[in-house]
Write a protein that binds this ligand. Sequence first.
Ligand SMILES: C[S@@+](CC[C@H](N)C(=O)[O-])C[C@H]1O[C@@H](n2cnc3c(N)ncnc32)[C@H](O)[C@@H]1O
Length: 312
Amino acid sequence: MIQKPFHDPVLKKEIKDVLLDGKVTIFVDGTLGLGGHAEAYLAEHPSLKIYMATDLDAQHLTLAKERLSEWAEKLELHEANFSALVDLIPKAKSRQSGLVSFLLDLGLCSNQLDDANKGFAFAVDGPLKMSYSETSDLSAEEIVNDYSAEELSRVLNDYGEEPMHRKIAKKIIEARPNQSLKTTWELRHVIESAVPIHQQRKTLTRVFQALRMEVNQELHHLELVLKALPEILEAGDRIGIISYHSLEDRMVKQHFKRLSKPKTEATDLSLHTEVEPAQFKLVTRRAIEPSGEEIERNPRSRSAKLRVIQKI
Ligand SMILES: C[S@@+](CC[C@H](N)C(=O)[O-])C[C@H]1O[C@@H](n2cnc3c(N)ncnc32)[C@H](O)[C@@H]1O
């Protein structure tokens, strides 16, 4: 069994409190990672009959499978994007009665960030890959070497909310004839040459985040899941999403808000006649965040925000 040095999974107890009770028989974990949440919930909830999980990182699936071998007969692991769950959840529901709880713990695990070979971090030198999956069609290297200035600028602005997106895109284009950008540090040096020293760290963080989100089409896959929720979940089923940055959290918050409001239409008599009742209710009115104690133990949890809704 895999033990420390892995951190406890983020918001482990808070998720248990809002997503698990004796009626939940199918737990759907879209971002299995190293199986930290899975281990805790399988150990504490013998009433779970199916633990269905996806991850794009084949290495994570192998490690988690080993860690969770005690519950092998309950596991259904898929090397797939979590958006594939839109088809997999109804199939699981047709085989097993009871409620579904669905968890997405977005983004990447610390060990992926620390792995130079994956190219996610500007702190370590490595190939400019930034994909969760080894079989991805797109890499950060292709983006920085092949995208036009307009496309690069759009990625940095949309996914990094980078104020100097145009200037950085221009610098990257200018660097191309002299050097093809193949490593995280080659890209880092180009970005550092475009911004004042005191802004470099924040800019690098935003640019690397933006490229990762483009490589993995992160908001697109999240949106696919959010849009499918009314079809794939049934009364009593819940979904909890942990986001780590404002773009994702905003998307989750707005979507959950829309789903938990009745549909109204303007008529001759009133501006707000209810034409369809709300399909979901908010389980968390405000996002749940890690305690000070958790942040101290695991500083990378500090930006986590958990939002949960339930189908009515
Ligand atoms: C924050 S970690 C999850 C940690 C996990 N909850 C645990 O307890 O170990 C996120 C995981 O989701 C995976 N991932 C990210 N985006 C994904 C996607 N669109 N589809 C499937 N897996 C994804 C990453 O490869 C990573 O393993």
